[in-house]
Write a protein that binds this ligand. Structure first.
Ligand SMILES: [Zn+2]
Length: 357
């Protein structure tokens, strides 16, 4: 295949977005797109390029006092009759237009066109973000070549519709169990109904007042919800077990241990088993490159409510935020699209931030 990422395409973030979208790269099928990106980067004299699996990274080594990472994943969710891209007015439709090839295009465009950025930059194009974390290229490189990710600040170019979404909430799942005693439904007074017992669990969730926390100027709104309920033996049996699965999204001023403690407080008197937990990430807006980035954006940041790979950077001690042109509400939708003007605005912002003064 001839590489569609020609110099003319690389010079224009819009054309580059479209070219990247038109290289199919559903998770675990990123070889073709990684080959194209790698070939481009290896041809750029001011970059050192490295590849691990289908993750490609390139860095400047200009001896700057600060280093930043610009990161984008190369994969998409499965196609849904939305490949290749199509244009309708100011909108580019197609799988990956919003999440996140328009963002990934920024990194590739800047890597090629900016030989002397104000900071040293590590450009990071990774595989398998949309599937289980054991395949995630950022995870794999963090394990195998952590030095490739050392930096003072990272921008993850995920869709945020052109604003800064900083940090992210943590997430925890737990099973709250009620127990009882089986009996024939005809003589129910001989048993204890565990499903009725779960009523109190649901009542506590219903009356739960979720916190709103402001951290570094960013609002984080927590939530605690029942997401599944299991119980019952048979149509004529008083059930002796009921399990309510609870999902708790918590602000990054709590770590998983503090979140678990809070969960156990809320469900005091019940058996609670945590089944899954991921730490959040503080906004991390204090680093000098982060402050300068915010100045270039010129709009107030908000807290990221979902869990994203910024938490993986935070776990490595690297403050990170999300910034990309796509609308996050369109990610993974059949009608996924991105506004051309948003692509241009974001590219100008990144240029203001990174271009030499
Ligand atoms: Zn994404």
């Amino acid at each position: 295949m001839e590489n569609p990422l020609t110099p003319e395409v690389l010079a224009d973030p819009v054309q580059l977005t479209r070219a990247l979208v038109d290289i199919e790269s559903v998770s675990l099928n990123e070889k073709a797109i990684a080959d194209c990106v790698e070939e481009v980067l290896r041809g750029v004299p001011h970059l050192t390029t490295h590849r691990h699996g289908n993750t490609v990274m390139a860095r400047t080594d200009l001896g700057r006092s600060q280093r930043v990472v610009l990161a984008g994943h190369l994969d998409t969710v499965p196609l849904n009759n939305n490949f290749p891209s199509t244009m309708r007015g100011d909108l580019m439709y197609g799988c990956g237009t919003s999440d996140m090839k328009s963002g990934t295009a920024y990194a590739l465009h800047l890597a090629v066109t900016l030989p002397e950025p104000r900071y040293d930059v590590t450009y990071f194009f990774y595989e398998a973000e949309e599937i289980e974390s054991r395949y995630n290229g950022l995870n794999l490189v963090a394990e195998a070549f952590p030095e490739w990710l050392q930096a003072d600040f990272a921008v993850l170019l995920e869709p945020t519709y052109g604003i800064v979404e900083a940090g992210c909430q943590g997430t925890m799942r737990a099973i709250v169990t009620t127990t009882g005693e089986r009996a024939h439904a005809a003589r129910s007074w001989h048993g204890v109904n565990a499903i009725h017992g779960a009523g109190e669990v649901l009542r506590r969730l219903q009356t739960y007042e979720a916190r709103r926390v402001t951290i570094e100027g960013c609002d984080f709104r927590e939530g605690m919800n029942a997401v599944r309920i299991n119980g019952g033996v048979a149509g004529n049996v008083i059930p002796d077990l009921c399990e309510v699965e609870v999902n708790y999204r918590y602000a990054p001023d709590r770590d998983p241990a503090a979140a678990e403690e809070h969960l156990r407080e809320v469900f005091a008197g019940f058996e609670v088993a945590v089944t899954d937990a991921a730490a959040g990430a503080a906004p991390g807006l204090e680093a000098a490159p982060a402050k300068e980035f915010l100045a270039a954006v010129g709009a107030a940041p908000i807290g990221k409510l979902g869990w994203t790979d910024v938490a993986r950077f935070a776990a490595m001690g690297i403050p990170a935020l999300n910034f990309g042109p796509g609308d996050p509400n369109l990610a993974h939708h059949k009608d996924e699209h991105v506004e051309i003007s948003k692509i241009r605005d974001g590219a100008a912002t990144l240029h203001r931030w990174l271009a030499p003064a």
